[in-house]
Design a protein around this ligand. Structure first.
Ligand SMILES: Cc1cc2nc3c(=O)[nH]c(=O)nc-3n(C[C@H](O)[C@H](O)[C@H](O)COP(=O)(O)OP(=O)(O)OC[C@H]3O[C@@H](n4cnc5c(N)ncnc54)[C@H](O)[C@@H]3O)c2cc1C
Length: 494
C-alpha cells in the first residue's frame, strides 16, 4: 500500500511539494510549518540602517515584510540579497568574529502553516549522508545550524565541541535528523521517495517566459492528459516517482500547486570523458575509496591508487589514503601555485590538513622526490585513457605521454546536478537556456526575492541549484520562498 499522501488525486492538490530533503528542504519545511520569525523585542542589530528598517514594522513578521526593502544594500559573502538578510538576522556579527545571538524570535503559529511534503531518496540531511562522518566542515560549525535551534547548543548538549571551530559531517547529519524530529516536521517528510518526473498541467498558456508561445513546450501535458486532470486550479504540477518501503518499491504520482526543486548538485559526478573511464577499477566518489579499503581490495602493498583532481574532495581522498598507508599517484591539471587552487585561498591555521596536502603536492613531484613516501604529485597532467590491464596513460605539459600501473582510480573533479526528472533536464530553466544547470556557472534562473523560476510560475529552486552553495546561505532561499508562498495563499495576512 502507498504511504498516506502519495495516492492523491488531481482534484486535491497539495499547496507545495519540495523535492530534496537536505538542509534546504528542511529549512523550508520549518518555515512552512508555521514557525514565523519576528524581531525580538529590544534586540538591536549592529547594522544601523537595517536596525532602522526593522523598527519601522516591528509588529510584522519578517515573512510578511518587504524583504527586498530589508535586504537592499546588504553586503557579504553571498551574491543573494535575501541570503545575506536572513544570515545577518540569524548571525548578526559572525563575519567580524562575533558570536551575538540571533535578533529573531520564532513564534509557532500553526494556523499559518502551509500543508506540504518533502520528498527525498534518503533520510533527512541531503548531501551530508554521502560525506564520510569523520570529515571536518570547511565552514565554521556554527554556520551549519538551521533557524531556531543553534548547532552549537545541540552539540554542547551532546557534550561535544568544535575542532578549530569546525564540525564533523557525522555530527551534522545527526543534528539535521534531530532538528526534523524536535520541530515536529517528520510528518511532512517522505523518505525513500525518488522523483522521476515533474510536469506542469496548465489551463493557460504554458511557459510564462519566452517559451510560453511554444505550444509543444516539454513542460506541458498532452491535451488528453490535461482533460483527464482538469480541476478548478489554474495550474498544477504532477510529480511522479518511486517510493521504497519495507514492503518493496512502487510508483507514485501526486499533484501540487507549487513545486520546489531542492535536489542539490552532488548526485552526478563530473567525468573526464576519456577512453576506459567506465572500466570497473575507475570510480567517481570518495565513498568508493572508503569501501575498497574496508573490503581490503587495496592496501599498503597494492599498486598505487590514482587520485584525479585538486579540490577538497580529492584532498580528503589523499588524506584518507595517507592515513591507511596506501600509495597514491595524484594527477591534476593546474600548477601547484595557481591562485585559483582552493588551497591557496584557505587560511593555514584553520585548515592545517589541507595545507599539508598542498605541501605534498608542491614537494613531491615525480621529478623531485620529497619527504612523503607513498605519494607522487603530477601537476599539469591530463589523463589520456585507462586500459583494461589497469594502466593509466597521462600527458604532461610538454605533451609527453607517460604510463603508470594503478590498482584503482578515483576521479574527484566535482559534480553536477541530476535534473533528469525535469523536461529537457531542466536546461530551459537555467540562466543560459542552452547549457546544463550548474551551481557555479549556470544556476536555475530565479527571481532574487521569491526564488520562483522566471520561466515557470509556481516552480521554485533553492540551494546550490539556485547558486547558493553553503548551508549558511541556502536558508535565504527558504525565507524568500516561504514569504512568497504565504503571500500567495494569503494566510491571515497582517
Ligand atoms: C564534500 C562536501 C563538503 C561540503 N562542505 C561544506 C561546508 O563545509 N559548509 C557548507 O556550508 N557547505 C558544504 N558543502 C555544501 C553543502 O553540502 C550544500 O550546500 C548543502 O548540502 C545543500 O543543501 P541542499 O538541501 O540544497 O542539497 P543537498 O544537501 O544536496 O540535498 C539534496 C537531496 O535531494 C536528494 N535528491 C536528489 N535528486 C532527487 C530525486 N530525483 N528524488 C528525490 N530526492 C532527490 C539528494 O539525494 C539529496 O539527499 C559541502 C558539500 C560537499 C559535497
Amino acid at each position: 500500500m502507498l504511504p498516506a499522501h502519495l495516492g492523491q488525486s488531481p482534484a486535491m492538490p497539495l499547496p507545495i511539494v519540495i523535492i530534496g530533503n537536505g538542509p534546504s528542504g528542511i529549512c523550508l519545511s520549518y518555515l512552512l510549518s508555521g514557525n514565523i520569525p519576528y524581531v525580538k523585542r529590544n534586540a538591536v542589530h549592529p547594522n544601523p540602517i537595517l536596525q532602522r528598517k526593522l523598527e519601522e514594522s516591528s509588529n510584522l513578521s519578517i515573512l510578511d515584510q518587504d524583504i527586498e526593502y530589508l535586504s537592499e544594500g546588504l553586503e557579504g559573502r553571498s551574491s543573494s540579497p535575501v541570503a545575506l538578510l536572513f544570515d545577518t538576522l540569524l548571525r548578526p556579527d559572525t563575519d567580524f568574529g562575533g558570536t551575538s545571538d540571533s535578533v529573531l524570535a520564532w513564534w509557532h503559529q500553526p494556523e499559518r502553516a502551509v500543508p506540504h511534503l518533502v520528498l527525498g531518496k534518503n533520510l533527512p540531511g541531503g548531501a551530508w549522508h554521502s560525506i564520510e562522518g569523520s570529515m571536518f566542515t570547511l565552514s565554521q560549525g556554527d554556520w551549519m545550524g538551521l533557524p531556531g535551534l543553534p548547532f552549537k547548543d545541540w552539540l554542547s548538549k551532546k557534550k561535544r565541541g568544535f575542532r578549530n571551530n569546525r564540525a564533523t559531517a557525522g555530527d551534522i547529519v545527526q543534528y539535521y535528523q534531530y532538528y526534523v524530529a524536535k520541530n515536529g516536521l517528520k510528518k511532512n517528510f517522505l523518505c525513500g521517495t525518488f522523483v522521476t518526473s515533474v510536469k506542469r498541467l496548465s489551463t493557460d498558456s504554458g511557459y510564462s517566459g519566452q517559451d510560453s508561445r511554444d505550444d509543444g513546450s516539454v513542460w506541458n501535458f498532452s491535451e488528453q492528459q490535461q482533460d483527464d486532470c482538469k480541476t478548478d486550479h489554474g495550474s498544477l504540477f504532477q510529480v511522479e516517482g518511486v517510493v521504497t518501503t519495507l514492503s518493496g518499491s512502487q510508483p507514485f504520482s501526486l499533484y501540487a500547486d507549487n513545486v520546489v526543486l531542492a535536489t542539490g548538485t552532488y548526485d552526478s559526478p563530473s567525468r573526464l570523458g576519456v577512453k576506459g573511464e567506465r572500466l570497473p577499477f575507475v570510480h567517481h566518489s570518495l565513498s568508493a575509496l572508503e569501501e575498497a579499503v574496508k573490503k581490503k581490495e587495496i592496501g599498503p602493498m597494492s599498486d598505487p591508487i590514482l587520485i584525479v583532481g585538486a579540490g577538497l574532495t580529492a584532498a580528503d581522498a589523499i588524506l584518507f589514503a595517507h592515513h591507511c598507508n596506501i600509495p597514491v599517484i595524484h594527477a591534476f591539471r593546474r600548477k601547484v601555485n595557481d591562485p585559483a587552487l582552493i588551497f591557496n585561498q584557505l587560511p593555514k591555521t584553520m585548515y592545517p590538513e589541507y595545507h599539508k596536502v598542498h605541501q605534498m603536492m608542491k614537494e613531491q613531484a615525480v621529478s623531485h622526490p620529497g619527504p612523503y613516501g607513498c605519494y607522487v604529485s603530477l601537476p599539469e597532467h591530463h589523463i589520456v585513457s585507462f586500459t583494461e590491464d589497469q594502466k593509466c596513460i597521462f600527458r604532461d605539459k610538454s605533451h609527453r605521454q607517460k604510463i603508470h600501473n594503478i590498482s584503482m582510480a578515483f576521479v574527484l573533479i566535482g559534480s553536477n546536478p541530476n535534473l533528469s526528472y525535469l523536461p529537457n533536464n531542466g536546461v530551459d530553466l537555467a540562466i543560459d537556456c542552452e547549457q546544463p544547470v550548474s551551481s557555479k556557472r549556470n544556476p536555475v534562473d530565479v527571481d532574487p526575492f521569491t526564488y520562483e523560476s522566471v520561466h515557470e510560475k509556481g516552480l521554485y529552486a533553492m540551494g546550490p541549484l539556485a547558486g547558493d552553495n553553503f548551508v549558511r546561505f541556502v536558508q535565504g532561499g527558504a525565507l524568500a520562498i516561504a514569504s512568497s508562498v504565504l503571500k500567495n495563499v494569503n494566510k491571515n495576512p497582517p
